[in-house]
Design a protein around this ligand. Sequence first.
Ligand code: ZN
Length: 233
Amino acid sequence: MDARGDHALVLFSGGQDSTITLAWALARYREVETVGFRYGQRHAVELECRPRLREKLAAMAFPGRLGEDHLIDLGPAMAAVGETALTSDAAIALGADGLPSTFVPGRNLLFLTLAAAIAHRRDLRRVIGGMCETDYSGYPDCRDDTIKAMQIALNLGMARRFVLETPLMWLSKAESWRLARDLGGEALVALIVEETHTCYLGERGARHDWGYGCGTCPACALREAGYREFRAA
Ligand code: ZN
């Protein structure tokens, strides 16, 4: 059975990429629900950004399209399967396997599976995430092939025709800022700068022209470089 094709569920963390992804979905689909996950992340502050961002995005450009929000708590489950630098005070560094210590094994696989389960229940056809293979921090579960394989697995396992969409997959960070400006003008760029969270350390003390953050962790460095390139173009 086919779910409602113009209804979507966006994986929405409150970060820069997922906010641009949500704006993209709101511009295209009639109704868009959101899902977020609490998994003991060090930057849990991003979850606090979610309601404000949802409210402002809905008011800004796409009235009447933003539907329900689902917040799923995976804290104890994720804690039980191991510590990483994203979920503990361990240092953020590259491991011997070439993966950053912020890698939470299987995180996006788990998120996509749970999102598809919600989409199944809510009769939504499109499951949309901000995963990105360009500029990515070495996370194998952000790769296009991973997402495509998940689409097949989920469709087989849930007997549906979900479409997994990743509008940022092949964009650089500068290009994703440009996409934000195309979708919502400077007002959307300003909203992302002001209200989204990217810093792995969860710091929101210092305000830079690209937003809040420690300014030195890999997530801040990537966000700053992308913003500079976007403004320089
Ligand atoms: Zn940072």
